[in-house]
Design a protein around this ligand. Structure first.
Ligand SMILES: *[C@@H]1O[C@H](CO)[C@@H](O)[C@H](O)[C@H]1NC(C)=O
Ligand SMILES: *[C@@H]1O[C@H](CO)[C@@H](O)[C@H](O)[C@H]1NC(C)=O
Ligand SMILES: *[C@@H]1O[C@H](CO)[C@@H](O)[C@H](O)[C@H]1NC(C)=O
Length: 260
């Protein structure tokens, strides 16, 4: 018995402490199966009720009710309209009144509230660094409408040390965190964005490509690449419309984790 208990303790210690990413993680098994919506008589939602991959929250989430659609605050960068639709993947139905947080870095890789961290250097080693300034650019909250939709006016995020370009999304229902995602962009688009001065000029670090990012590869990032409609002018990207449908389980509670 003692041996078993010790063994159990060791395994527990090994899994949760030595590898906190396993102990703290509360990810649903990613399941891209299309649910048969006809069983609910909701065939029109077929192919949208797929469980979306989950991701980590990262260190820069700020839980403030910044209800607004336009989150740019005049930040330089390529304008991006972001349209997200959330469905309750268990019943193939739009998720109404879910609280959706969106946040990302600016074109130079800075996060508002954490502008003391240099995007060209490795990230802080603290688990969850305290908010350090009153900037709130590129953060916003919206509630989903009857069609499960929210829209934001933002910019394509820039890049920072060690991470693929991404937008954070977190969904709360009745005060509970039910889904945490990171949305990615097509590499071809990013190559173009990277070549514009407001994103690349004077940077001391190269952009991490999607496939080079361990979180992207581990958390099924390729299934979190937004659909984009690109508008060009004089051979340059003028703006993009990015959209995605995310099927989620509104009864699943996530424990946010702060690993970088
Ligand atoms: C994925 O979800 C579908 C529909 O709910 C289910 O039938 C299937 O067993 C699931 N697959 C896994 C691997 O969990
Ligand atoms: C969003 O707000 C910024 C100022 O913060 C403004 O310059 C921009 O025109 C606004 N965008 C739209 C589409 O209204
Ligand atoms: C960035 O990439 C270029 C070209 O591949 C390389 O020469 C340079 O050393 C890289 N810079 C850094 C900081 O890794």
């Amino acid at each position: 018995m003692v041996v078993l208990a010790l063994l159990f303790n060791f395994v527990f210690w090994y899994v949760t402490l030595a590898h906190p990413q396993f102990g703290k993680r509360q990810l649903l098994q990613y399941n891209s199966t299309v649910i048969d919506c006809s069983q609910f008589n909701r065939q029109e939602y077929q192919h949208t009720c797929v469980m979306a991959p989950e991701a980590i929250e990262g260190p820069y989430f700020i839980d403030e009710d910044l209800y607004r659609k336009n989150i740019t605050e005049g930040k330089r960068g390529i304008p991006m309209d972001l349209h997200l639709v959330f469905t309750n993947a268990k019943i193939c139905f739009p998720l109404h009144e879910a609280k959706v947080y969106v946040w990302s870095c600016d074109s130079r890789g800075y996060y508002s509230g954490y502008t003391r961290f240099n995007p060209d250097s490795p990230p802080p080693s603290e688990d969850k660094p305290p908010v350090g300034d009153s900037e709130r650019f590129l953060r916003g909250v919206q509630r989903t409408n009857l069609f499960g939709k929210v829209s934001f006016e933002s910019i394509i995020p820039g890049f920072y040390y060690g991470r693929a370009v991404h937008v954070h999304v977190e969904v709360h229902i009745h005060g509970k965190v039910v889904h945490i995602a990171q949305l990615y962009f097509d590499e071809k688009l990013l190559e173009n964005v990277e070549n514009t001065p407001e994103y690349s000029e004077g940077r001391k670090v190269n952009r991490t490509k999607n496939e080079e990012d361990l979180y992207y590869t581990r958390d099924n990032g390729k299934d979190s690449i937004v659909n984009t409609k690109v508008t060009c002018k004089d051979g340059k990207i003028e703006r993009i419309e990015a959209s995605m449908t995310l099927g989620i389980d509104p009864d699943h509670e996530r424990i946010p984790i702060y690993e970088f």
